[in-house]
Write a protein that binds this ligand. Structure first.
Ligand code: HEC
Length: 446
């Protein structure tokens, strides 16, 4: 299947932008519905008008935001199908029922949130709070289902040896990663409320100042406490990964993903420090917490990148590459060597004999050597074939495979064809016709 490349941005970046934005607002939605439901409940039990006003205000904001974020969610799925077709069909094949359930949960959440916001003056408070509870629970459940698929991509566990759905859903990092995404739902939504109240309070008429000041403290406390807990869930997730797959752990803390991980950890440390100062100052240091909130929101994007990049060069770790190609089944060392040798003996003559190279005339050979391709052209070819996901060339690309500058010079065209057809187990074989392979290899030689 020919692959579509998103112009200017490239497939990975455009996906990253849509995912991070969508996930950010999805977290605000899941956490916000929970804040509204608990706010109304506490307000009812304590007879507090502020709690009730906060809950109602938050839910009205969310009903509008969810519509926009729903469109982003659909955009995400459309991009996934168009840009990563093999992966999408694989994932839907494995996770069909959970993702179907997720769609149902999402509908329940949208409908109950609309009902919840629209019937605030329902005299039966108990029933109204119950609807809020349904909305909050379905949001959390939907987040858990999505996270099952997301965590599976990094730690597929025993699924490919024993393909049962439960092995995929309850994969080795499911529990640890779930806590690590549920707390940010609370963090993001409380910080949103905090920033909102902070701005409102500055211009609020005297009658409203009391409410916004209360809302600031309420959201500030929830945010600060959740931020203090988040490093614990982060460390538990990180060390779960270390236990499952040391290579992933190493790439996060000292490999190519470190440039996302350490900024996230540093920003999180700032957020933790600000939260501690805020709580110890008895909520008087409001600007400090605002700074902590901004640090936390930035840490969120670095965290999302850390989680995405930790998987490279795979889409499903150890099973499918970023290019959509499947990883060759592992062979036993002895057999593999013998097979490769036998394959080379059988294939080489058969391949060469009936297909002589297109006759290069003497004229063509003796013509003054003009550079037919530039390094940039080769880079474009490699990029288009997905090679730069793993290899570096001309200063661009990944570090999973060796730098290709020397190998492309040293190997003959025949050798390159052979490498591309029968690569090591860590590299996907070329998926194209012999003609395409020949053209591709021609384009690689400067
Ligand atoms: C999923 C990662 C990945 C992708 C995608 C990939 N490679 Fe590789 N490639 C590797 C790895 C890893 C090695 C080293 C294998 C070994 O020898 O153990 C390698 C080895 C090579 C070599 C041999 C290097 C040498 O020193 O002899 C060449 C040539 C090569 N790749 C070219 C390509 C080209 C061209 C593409 C795109 C069509 C490509 N690779 C796509 C991972 C990848």
């Amino acid at each position: 299947m020919p692959h579509i490349n998103f112009p200017f941005l490239g497939n990975s970046l455009v996906m990253a932008l849509v995912i991070v934005t969508h996930v950010f607002f999805a977290f605000v939605a899941v956490g916000g519905v929970f804040l509204a439901f608990t706010g109304e409940w506490i307000g009812y039990r304590k007879n507090s008008a502020f709690h009730d006003r906060f809950a109602k205000g938050y839910i009205n904001f969310l009903s509008d935001m969810m519509k926009i974020n729903g469109v982003l969610g659909v955009t995400f799925v459309v991009l996934l199908i168009g840009l990563f077709p093999e992966f999408t069909s694989k994932l839907y094949n494995i996770f069909f029922w959970p993702l179907f359930l997720e769609a149902v949960l999402f509908l329940v959440m949208m409908a109950s949130t609309a009902l919840y916001g629209g019937t605030w003056d329902n005299p039966n408070k108990g029933r109204h709070i119950f609807i809020g509870g349904v909305a909050a629970a379905s949001g959390i459940a939907a987040a858990l289902v999505i996270n099952a698929a997301w965590s599976f991509m990094l730690t597929p566990g025993t699924y490919f040896q024993d393909p049962r759905l439960m092995n995929a859903v309850f994969n080795p990092s499911f529990a640890a990663s779930s806590t690590h995404v549920l707390l940010p739902c609370l963090i993001n939504s409380a910080m949103f409320g905090y920033i909102y109240a902070f701005i409102k309070l500055r211009k609020a008429p005297a009658a409203d100042a009391g409410y916004y000041s209360w809302m600031l403290d309420y959201c500030g406390t929830i945010f600060a406490v959740a931020i203090l807990l988040q490093p614990l869930s982060g460390l538990s997730y990180l060390f779960t990964l270390k236990y499952i797959n040391l290579a992933v752990f190493d790439s996060i803390v000292k490999g190519p993903v470190a440039k996302f991980f350490w900024p996230m950890a540093s920003l999180a440390t700032i957020a933790v420090a600000c939260s501690a100062v805020y709580l110890l100052s008895r909520k008087t240091k409001r600007k400090v917490l605002l700074a902590g909130g901004l640090a936390a929101l930035t840490a969120f994007s670095f965290g999302a990148y850390t989680r995405e990049r930790a998987r490279k060069p795979y889409l499903i770790y150890g099973h499918m590459y970023m290019t959509g190609a499947l990883v060759a089944a592992p062979k036993k060392a002895g057999i593999a060597a013998a097979e490769t040798k036998a394959a080379a003996e059988v294939k080489t003559p058969a391949k060469q004999a009936p297909k002589p190279e297109p006759v290069k005339t003497a004229a063509a050979k003796s013509a003054p050597v003009k550079p037919s391709a530039s390094k940039h052209d080769v880079e474009v070819e490699l990029e288009a074939r997905g090679c730069l996901v793993c290899h570096t060339y001309n200063g661009e690309g990944g570090t999973f495979g060796p730098n290709l500058e020397k190998p492309l010079q040293l190997h003959t065209k025949e050798e390159l064809k052979n490498i591309l057809r029968n690569p090591a187990a860590t590299m996907p074989p070329f998926d194209g016709t012999d003609k395409e392979l020949a053209d591709f290899v021609d384009a690689l030689k400067l």
